[in-house]
Write a protein that binds this ligand. Structure first.
Ligand SMILES: Nc1ncnc2c1ncn2[C@@H]1O[C@H](COP(=O)(O)OP(=O)(O)OP(=O)(O)O)[C@@H](O)[C@H]1O
Ligand SMILES: [Mg+2]
Length: 256
């Protein structure tokens, strides 16, 4: 499904000031596209993702999904957050099946579907474990399986790998690419890691703060999975660094 964000603005009113979390943001995301929102802390990435999820309303502007205006959450969208948001008193299988339970799916179908998606994230052997028995990377796989079990057309991810070590992170990035190739959801993925954005994104949306806005968009027409040390990767890496150096004179020294 496609997403159209038109002139979206969200301001938080604090007692002493107004924070322009995002201002006049326009963005088109095509069906099946993998888009990364990239930018420094405070540039409004999470605010924009929450607006896309329907958990937050814009002050101004519109959100359209497949050309239809939406004002709240919907079954076609699922969200994965950085902190997993899993239920500790439930097993891995029960966590993954939870959205199906909310949708009144029968126990048998729930368990079958949960098993299918646990397999997809290579956790079928841990179906009966509890969350505290899992590593951070495994927890994040559970959160991804729980989002996918809803068979969303749109997957919204807010720094899902932010808390993981570099190796687990690369492994999950590769797996996410495989899942995207198999299921073809539209993905909007928030990150402040340039390499992560270049490894994953068909399009990297570069955002800047104060007020939060889209600075530019870098298209990456390179097939996936991508080679992290290949010439294509380095070409786009250089391009994205240069975009940041246009908005921050220290960025070149800072990032390189
Ligand atoms: N509920 C809120 N109340 C007041 N201000 C908020 C609220 N949520 C976000 N903000 C402010 O809006 C701005 C954008 O926040 P947001 O969380 O969208 O940034 P971000 O790009 O996701 O940052 P990070 O990379 O640190 O997660 C920040 O200045 C933040 O302090
Ligand atoms: Mg954030």
């Amino acid at each position: 499904m496609s997403i159209d964000i038109t002139n979206v603005t969200r301001t938080y009113h604090l007692p002493d000031k107004n924070v322009h979390a995002i201002r006049h943001v326009d963005l088109h995301i095509a069906s099946h596209e993998f888009v990364c929102l990239l930018g420094p802390s405070g540039c409004g990435k999470s605010t924009l993702l929450k607006i896309l999820s329907g958990l937050e309303r814009p002050d101004e502007g519109t959100l359209e999904i497949d050309g239809t205006k939406v004002n709240g959450p919907g079954r076609e969208r699922a969200v994965v957050f950085q902190d997993y948001a899993l239920l500790p008193w439930r097993t891995v299988r029960e966590n993954v099946a939870f959205p199906l339970e909310l949708a009144h799916v029968s126990r048998k179908d729930r368990e079958e579907k949960a098993q299918e998606y646990l397999k997809l994230v290579h956790l079928e052997k841990f179906a009966d474990a509890y969350i505290h028995q899992l590593s951070g990377g495994m927890r994040q796989r559970v959160a991804i399986a729980r989002a996918l079990v809803q068979q969303p057309d749109i997957l919204l991810m807010d720094e899902p790998f932010g808390a993981l070590d570099a190796f687990t992170r690369m492994e999950l990035q590769s797996e996410l690419v495989k899942i995207w190739q198999a299921k073809r959801p539209t993905i909007v993925f928030v990150t402040h890691d340039i390499d992560e954005a270049i490894f994953l994104g068909d399009k990297v949306v570069i955002m800047t703060p104060n007020p939060g806005k889209v600075h530019s968009i870098v298209e990456i027409p390179v097939g996936k999975p991508r080679h992290r040390t290949g010439p294509d990767f380095n070409f786009y890496r250089d391009k994205v660094y240069k975009e940041f150096s246009l908005v921050n004179e220290y960025a070149v020294e800072y990032y390189i």
